[in-house]
Design a binder for this molecule. Structure first.
Ligand SMILES: *Cc1c(COP(=O)(O)O)cnc(C)c1O
Length: 355
């Protein structure tokens, strides 16, 4: 049976990305060696990292003066690496969910942290309004898309202080004004690649200002200076990232990804709002285009497992909501198809008819 992959991360990738990466794992560029067994220093691999960097710069229109680096450790390592490199005295954080809270916890190890906005009191069911941003902050950190709660801030805010964003789950899904940011980081496993690599876009002239000695691996300058080759980079994940970025480019770039994301989300939210069995969990103007969360309407609450089984039988994968929200979450990253969304909508409609 055909499977429709709604996993929140690691998540769906375009089929051709998987096939092309698999081919290179078997025989890299016809060299008679696997991508898994070549030296990252070999002449064949440097062009891969160079292309990864160039494609990200092209797709996001990254201005001069920024570097793109690839590291291990996930977005979770960035929760500490960001303040280690950029927190001088005081940083502002938007508390919009679980990932933001984890970032706040790490930042507190390096200096003063103020919560500039929070939706914690309402179980993060909306994206908190970022009102007056204090001007004495070293930076303002926010999570553009809250993967667990299904809320998103899909625009680049104006700010008197430099912005730093965790874009793990919506990077490459819309155009971004990178010039507003000191740093953008993303665990690649939602929208850019297989798991195992983290992408960081960093403004070079903001580096080296923090008043602390940094361990070599934690200092972004180490990786900027060596073009992500200070130590062995995650070779296969970076290759899969290149394939995914080639795909994004061939499809029409981030503007087209944005159009598709809106198209998919419009279809699914319209059904959630229409169907008597379900309701959305997020206030309308905060709704994420990437992670679409919904629960059973109260009078159908006892049918939650029944719908899960019904949808699973029809090939839906990964629609169970995160335990802190419950219900369902359909993740619709770049590779998600209209066909997948329509299959889920059809399942919701057929389920409704039965009850
Ligand atoms: C998945 C996710 C993370 C954690 O990423 P890891 O690479 O597993 O550390 C952080 N932030 C957001 C917004 C995420 O979606």
């Amino acid at each position: 049976m055909k499977k429709y992959n709604f996993n929140a991360g690691p998540s769906m990738l375009p089929r051709e990305v998987i096939e092309n990466t698999a081919k290179q794992i078997l025989d890299f560029n016809g060299e008679g060696l696997s991508l898994m067994e070549i030296s990252h220093r070999a002449k064949y691999f440097q062009p891969v990292v160079d292309e990864a960097e160039a494609l990200i710069k092209e797709l996001l229109d990254v201005p001069e003066g920024y570097s793109v680096i690839f590291l291990g450790g996930g977005a979770s390592l960035q929760f500490m690496q960001i303040p280690a490199n950029f927190l001088i005295k005081k940083a502002g954080y938007v508390n919009s969910g679980v990932w933001a809270k984890k970032a706040i916890k790490e930042a507190k190890l390096f200096g003063e942290v103020v919560e500039v906005a929070s939706s914690a009191a309402d179980n993060f069911s909306y994206y908190p309004e970022i009102g007056n941003i204090p001007t004495d902050l070293d930076y303002l950190h926010f999570t553009t898309n809250n993967t667990i709660y299904g809320t998103e801030l899909r625009q680049d805010i104006d700010s008197p202080v430099p912005l730093i964003a965790d874009m793990s789950s919506d990077i490459m899904s819309r155009p971004v004004d990178v010039s507003k940011y000191t740093a953008i980081y993303a665990g690649a496993q939602k929208n850019m690649a297989m798991a195992g690599v983290t992408c960081i876009i960093v403004k070079n002239d903001m580096l080296g200002q923090a008043p602390r000695e940094l361990p070599t691996m934690i200092d972004y300058r180490t990786h900027v200076d060596k073009g992500s080759m200070f130590n062995t980079p995650p070779v296969v994940p970076i290759y899969s990232l290149v394939e995914t970025m080639r795909w994004v480019k061939a499809q029409g770039g981030v503007a087209e990804m944005d159009r598709r994301a809106n198209e998919r989300a419009d279809i699914l939210y319209a059904e959630i709002d229409r169907n008597k069995c379900f309701r959305g969990t997020v206030s309308e103007n905060s709704r994420s285009l990437m992670n679409i969360c919904f629960v059973m309407n109260p009078e159908y609450q006892e049918l939650e497992k029944a719908f899960f089984d019904f949808a699973t039988e029809r090939g839906m994968v990964g629609i169970k909501g995160h335990r802190s929200v419950g219900g369902f979450r359909a993740s619709c990253y770049n590779a998600q198809t209209i066909e997948g969304v329509n299959a889920l909508v059809q399942a919701m409609q057929d389920f409704e008819k039965q009850h």
